[in-house]
Design a protein around this ligand. Structure first.
Ligand code: ADP
Length: 476
């Protein structure tokens, strides 16, 4: 499959500079695609600028109808798109299809939000004067997306952008471009006017050109901290609006009173499903001493029994790493953690399967110290560490260490502890008796400290980034 950019309502071809291979079987070439240079990004931004005023001026019903049509098309094609997602990204077919359905539901949700957008009327301090606030489209937005949710994240940025009257230029990750490309095709097919949705494919340079473009009023980015820092610098230079989601090192506390089977199931899901490639993954499990050894033994047993294999094999529970570089990084962190004194309990190695792919055994490293690199840096793979603590107070202070603050979880039956945790943990999302990963699609998403910057994404909060407020004073 040869992918193209998508600018001003038409595919724009370029030299097939980059390729994407199936991580489950690297003999399978999924896509070749061009690498946008500054000229391509310029053309996409110009198309968006030209199209945006009419799009914002259209009835919200027009935008709602189009978003609903996009949702319906995604629902109808979820099986084929889910298969492509699994083939391209490496998560299992069930996970891939589930993600396409999530993208469909996000578009359906924002179809409703398009017509719900509202302002306020306030009493003026001056008699005879009325004061109102309106929310208007921000303008042209640049959306830079990662590979781990290659259709859900494009959907949760594009759907509110479109709903509230913005035009956009999207730059998807270079290791999962086919899903964003498929989404661009569906959006055009449903009749979104030319120039409102533009797609530029390519590597980091294309993202950098988009973030720095003077015609872009706001940039919403999801990816690594290092790149997020560059994006914030590029946008701050011209005072453009910016929203960053940059991952986590999410703590899961397991208290001594917890039901062990439940705690193990929660840690297994949060740590290893989707190959641990979720920014909300439960990668740091903090366990009270009284149950630590039993918990680690049971989690290791369940992790070692997970079926790692080809994403399209129905028996597979955990797919491969997304890329060779990601696999190498995962393996590096095993060495770093054991080098600093962690105890490798299970996994830790690359797996060979009948297809050549980037497979890794689910890995558990126990007896780690909160200050070790494995507990401070995001790995983004099926690698979970455990930290032994004496009591809840120590667990909370360990949970609050480090520079991230995306999601945090606790497994306990003590309501007072759960309440204290919910109030005192430094995280944007708190999960009680649930994995740190696995969020609803209709509520705000985001973190604190090094995990996020700018307004929240998704749900009722999404309008904050994608609109700007106007205060109107009117005398009769
Ligand atoms: P990851 O490590 O998860 O791949 P990155 O932050 O490298 O995360 O990538 C997330 C997105 O940011 C991708 O679409 C990538 O191409 C893009 N990107 C990479 N470098 C830059 C940059 N300097 N400016 C803007 N976007 C970039």
């Amino acid at each position: 499959m040869q992918l193209t950019h998508f600018i001003n309502g038409a595919p724009v071809a370029g030299a097939a500079a980059l390729e994407r291979r199936n991580p489950s079987d690297t003999r399978d070439l999924v896509a070749t695609f061009p690498d946008a240079d500054a000229g391509v990004v310029d053309a996409a931004v110009a198309a968006a600028r030209a199209a945006q005023p009419a799009w914002a001026a259209a009835s919200p019903e027009v935008r709602a109808d189009l978003l609903e049509a996009i949702a319906a098309t995604l629902f109808a094609r979820s099986a084929a798109l889910g298969e492509l997602l699994a083939r391209e990204e490496g998560k299992t077919r069930a996970e891939g299809t589930g993600e396409v359905l999530r993208a469909a539901r996000i578009f359906r949700y924002f179809a409703g939000e398009a017509i719900r957008l509202h302002g306020r009327t306030l009493a003026s301090t001056r008699p005879g004067v009325e004061v109102r606030t309106h929310h208007e489209a921000l303008g042209v937005v640049g959306l830079i997306t990662p590979w781990n949710f290659p259709i859900a994240i494009p959907a949760w940025k594009a759907a509110p952008a479109l709903a509230f009257g913005n035009a956009l230029v999207m730059k998807p990750a270079e290791t999962a471009p086919a899903m964003a490309h498929a989404l661009a095709g569906i959006i055009a097919e449903c009749g979104v006017p030319a120039g409102v949705f533009n797609l530029v494919l390519g590597a980091g340079g294309a993202g950098a050109a988009l973030a720095a473009h003077p015609g872009v009023d706001g940039v919403s980015f999801t990816g690594s901290q290092a790149t997020g820092q560059k994006v914030v610098q590029a946008t701050a230079a011209r005072r453009a609006r910016v929203q960053l989601e940059m991952g986590g090192k999410n703590p899961l506390l397991v208290l001594a009173d917890a039901d062990l089977d439940r705690a193990v199931a929660i840690a297994l899901d949060g740590g290893f499903f989707q190959t641990g490639q979720r920014c909300t993954a439960s990668s740091r499990v903090i366990v009270e001493d009284a149950i630590h050894d039993e918990f680690v033994a049971r989690l290791a047993q369940r992790a070692a029994a997970l079926n790692v294999g080809h994403a399209l094999d129905p028996a597979t529970q955990v797919g491969p790493a997304n890329s060779e570089a990601q696999l190498a990084r995962n393996l590096d962190y095993v060495g770093i953690a054991t080098g600093e004194g962690g105890r490798l309990v299970c996994g830790g190695e690359r797996l060979q399967r009948e297809h050549p792919g980037w497979y890794m055994a689910p890995t558990l490293i126990a007896d780690t110290d909160p200050a070790m690199r494995i507990n401070c840096e995001e790995v983004f793979g099926p690698v979970v560490s455990t930290i032994r603590v004496h009591d809840y107070d120590e667990a909370l202070s360990v949970a609050n260490a480090g520079e991230f603050g995306l999601s945090a979880g606790i497994v306990t039956n003590q309501h007072d502890r759960a309440r204290h945790f919910r109030r005192n943990v430094r995280a944007g999302m708190v999960m009680v008796n649930l994995p740190t990963a696995g969020v609803d699609y209709h509520v705000p998403f985001g973190g604190v400290r090094g995990s996020s910057h700018g307004p929240r994404e998704q749900g009722f909060a999404a309008f904050e980034f994608y609109t700007t407020m106007k205060t109107v004073y009117e005398a009769g």
